[in-house]
Design a protein around this ligand. Structure first.
Ligand code: HAM
Length: 452
């Protein structure tokens, strides 16, 4: 029986019946993800949106290598992250890894390219893959795509407020349901006293026995990591734990109060989360995460859409000058999943403008016009290899063009062009100079970003 031909989009949406795999078929690696065409539409629209929003907030794009020297990351470790790094076989003596974050690579580039000489702060954004050999879990991939915004060289609390505003507006435009979690973890000194207090808290009243094995191991050594654990038992114990807010220095307290005050003024809703610490060791003072909110209104702390914070000592620890900074990274796969849940990406059907020509002069003029219209975002088509007007108009009809522009000898001489509405058949003569104004009213055009 002949099989029904499927278009590409339908082909991968068809999950059943599964075809039996040949023994020779090679599977995708664990933790890796394919972004198939139906999802790629979202991915690419959201990526474009991210880039245009970053530019709007005065961030400049930067691309850094996927492979970096492992020292860059080992100097600014997440707890236990050595196991998470993918090492790469490079030149002899080089300790290379696949980057697990974008932040350190961006800062290395900032130092190496002497961006410190530029007016500060330097605002950089980057979009690209990161690799972490993580424990497998839903929504957690070993290769994921981050969208980072870094404000380098700014110590004022306004930096956090503006960064959070950009992140907030990004997700708001995408109509995602989310909640901003924010806290201050103060400076290293504040955390030292807090850790001591936490340690005694966890030792009281058999609390230790309720902790997961990892937390038991961290107990007494890495107390902040206990706050970051998402296991239910650990979260329960945590709900009664002392809060770092009571250990903040006057300076850290004032800084954080200012950040919150600015967010209030900007009408940005947030949830003060006294136990938010972030799993990365380089932060000080303000830390934040953006959690997706489920249909039932509950915020999901296991699959943050984004996370970030202030990292005033990181540039210096990587060999630069003391450079207070703040940044955030979104996980684009998670943002796509969230947006897809409820938002149907409009299938933007771009109307076709067909450009027909007759005679050599008209052909040259059409070629120039073709490029102009294409750059202006029109879906312009032509058939320059055909001289017959009849054939060209048949092609215009086959392409279901909305309008055809016809340029013949007479039009070239008169500096006009004929515009035919392909539906009604009505023709009008338009001054060549006015063609874009006229098209603007008749045909839609793509302005780069589907979401605007
Ligand atoms: P992070 O919290 O490790 O922060 O990652 C940022 C975001 O990337 C997360 O909120 C999540 O959406 C996404 N993400 C992380 N790991 C995975 C994974 N395995 N699978 C899917 N998505 C994931 C950072 O990386 C910091 N560099 C953020 C930052 C920028 N801090 C300052 N500047």
């Amino acid at each position: 029986m002949p099989r029904k031909k499927m278009n590409v989009r339908n082909a991968h949406q068809q999950k059943k019946p599964m075809e039996k795999k040949s023994a020779k078929a090679v599977d995708r690696l664990l933790g890796m993800k394919d972004i198939v065409p139906s999802e790629y539409r979202y991915f690419s629209a959201i990526r474009n949106k991210a880039a245009s929003l970053a530019e709007l907030y005065s961030f400049n794009a930067i691309k850094t290598p996927v492979i970096e020297n492992s020292d860059l990351y080992r100097k600014s470790m997440r707890h236990n992250n050595d196991k998470e790094l993918y090492s790469v076989d490079c030149e002899k003596g080089e300790n290379s890894i696949l980057r697990p974050e974008l932040t350190q690579g961006i800062l290395r580039a900032y130092i190496e390219n002497n961006f410190v000489e530029l007016p500060q702060p330097v605002r950089l954004y980057s979009i690209g893959p990161v690799f972490r050999r993580e424990k497998l879990q839903s929504g957690r991939y070993r290769e994921s795509t981050q969208f980072n915004l870094e404000v380098i060289g700014e110590d004022k609390p306004m930096a956090e407020a503006l960064l959070i505003a950009a992140a907030y507006n990004f997700l708001l435009d995408l109509q995602a349901n989310f909640q901003i979690q924010i806290n201050s973890i103060g400076k290293a000194d504040c955390r030292k006293d807090y850790s001591t207090k936490l340690n005694s808290f966890y030792k009281e009243r058999g609390r230790r026995s309720k902790l997961c094995n990892n937390c038991k191991k961290d107990l007494g050594k890495n107390m902040m990591a206990l706050l970051d654990c998402k296991e239910e038992g650990c979260q329960q114990v945590l709900s009664e734990a002392p809060q770092i807010a009571d250990f903040l220095s006057e300076e850290s307290r004032e800084h954080f109060a200012k950040v919150l005050e600015y967010l209030d003024e900007l009408n940005i809703p947030y949830n003060f989360n006294p136990y938010l610490v972030r799993g990365l060791s380089y932060y000080n003072d303000t830390v934040f995460e953006i959690w997706p909110v489920n249909e039932d209104g509950a915020a999901n702390n296991k699959q943050a859409l984004a996370g970030g914070g202030r990292y005033d000592n990181l540039v210096e620890s990587l060999g630069g000058r003391p450079t207070p900074s703040v940044g955030i990274a979104f996980g684009l796969e998670r943002v796509v999943a969230k947006v897809k849940e409820k938002f149907e990406l409009p299938d933007f059907k771009q109307e076709v403008v067909f450009l027909a020509q007759l005679g050599d002069q008209a052909k040259i003029k059409s070629l120039i016009l073709f490029e102009e219209l294409r750059r202006a975002g029109y879906n312009v088509r032509q058939s320059f290899s055909t001289d017959s007007l009849k054939n060209q108009m048949e092609e215009a009809a086959r392409l279901r063009s909305k309008v055809s522009l016809i340029l013949g000898k007479k039009e070239v001489m008169d500096e006009t062009i004929m515009l035919r509405d392909m539906e009604s058949g009505v023709q009008e003569t338009v001054a060549f100079k006015k063609i874009k104004d006229r098209l603007e009213k008749k045909v839609n055009r793509k302005e780069g970003v589907i979401y605007g």
